[in-house]
Design a protein around this ligand. Structure first.
Ligand code: R5P
Length: 283
């Protein structure tokens, strides 16, 4: 049975079509503190809680839900965190800093036996979670969404670090894939060139984990246009859009889509089938 946190409300309708949920009461006290209550009994449950803005509130709610479920007698608890906050703070860059994602995982491990995340920034950080920790990349969902639009197109990663994502989507579609090589040509300018692929007159899908300001995607899309690509599509797992980013990217591409790890106006690809498959929860 799933327990839907307020950071996963947007997934609830689709979850309910395929699985059952535990009734809860989640609200705020007048002073802003969270209140949660589990209204059913059981032995096993899977909490779903995405940690987009307000990140800290969603995190605390996940902890309170874990405590309430243990108090109600649940013995085995899993948590699915479609977008896990603090994942980019995965190392100390200046003396005195925390490894924030480690702190988040330690907190979650106080209550949860298993952790499922989507396309985490640095998969190695899953080692900070002491129990079973799974990183899901929704390659098939992305591939299915773009299959018809792309035709015999190419999948490109905006940098070498994202190549595995491009490969996973390309494998699902049986298409060619590559990445942009980045070369610094001045302190303020980085040149991006697609490696070993001919994009002229081809449809191209650029695949990344996060779109924030949209700068990376805009730059990559403009280069592809200059090189004569036909249609340029962009997709990311997490739409962490800064102000104006959706418009900036949409202006220069044929279509922008992200998954619904975070609810946004362009969250067109659902991760719910992957959640059900990975956790084994059924109606
Ligand atoms: C970088 O490590 C990430 O994979 C993304 O490429 C980056 O976060 C995108 O940021 P922006 O949309 O601001 O260019």
């Amino acid at each position: 049975m799933f327990v839907i946190g307020s950071g996963a409300k947007h997934l609830e309708e689709e979850i309910l079509r395929r699985a059952s949920t535990v009734a809860t009461e989640i609200k705020k006290f007048p002073d802003g503190e969270k209140y949660v209550r589990i209204l059913e009994k059981g032995k096993e449950a899977t909490v779903i809680q995405s940690m987009y803005r307000p990140q800290d509130e969603h995190l605390i709610e996940a902890i309170l839900l874990g405590d309430a479920l243990r108090e109600a007698g649940f013995e085995k608890l899993k948590i699915v965190v479609p977008y896990i906050a603090y994942s980019r703070q995965d190392r100390v860059t200046k003396e005195g800093e925390p490894i924030s994602i480690r702190a988040v995982m330690r907190m979650l491990s106080l209550y949860y036996d298993e952790l499922y995340v989507f396309d985490i920034h640095n998969p190695r950080t899953l080692e900070f979670f002491p129990g079973k920790a799974v990183n899901i990349y929704p390659a098939e969902a992305i591939a299915n969404y773009f299959k018809e639009k792309l035709g015999e197109g190419i999948i490109l990663a905006p940098d070498k670090g994202a190549l595995e994502r491009a490969r996973a989507v390309a494998d699902a579609l049986n298409l060619e894939y590559s990445y942009f090589e980045k070369k610094r040509i001045s302190p303020t300018e980085v040149q991006m060139t697609p490696v070993d692929v001919e994009v002229k007159d081809k449809n191209v899908l650029i695949v990344d984990d996060i779109i924030s300001t949209g700068g990376t995607m805009v730059k990559a899309a403009n280069i592809l246009r200059e090189l004569g690509a036909r249609e340029v599509f962009v997709v990311a797992t997490h739409g962490v859009f800064a102000e104006g980013a959706i418009e900036r990217v949409s202006e220069v591409v044929s279509e922008l889509a992200v998954t619904n790890t975070i609810p946004t106006p362009v969250s067109k690809i659902s991760i719910v089938p992957d959640i059900i498959k990975a956790t084994g929860e059924r109606a």
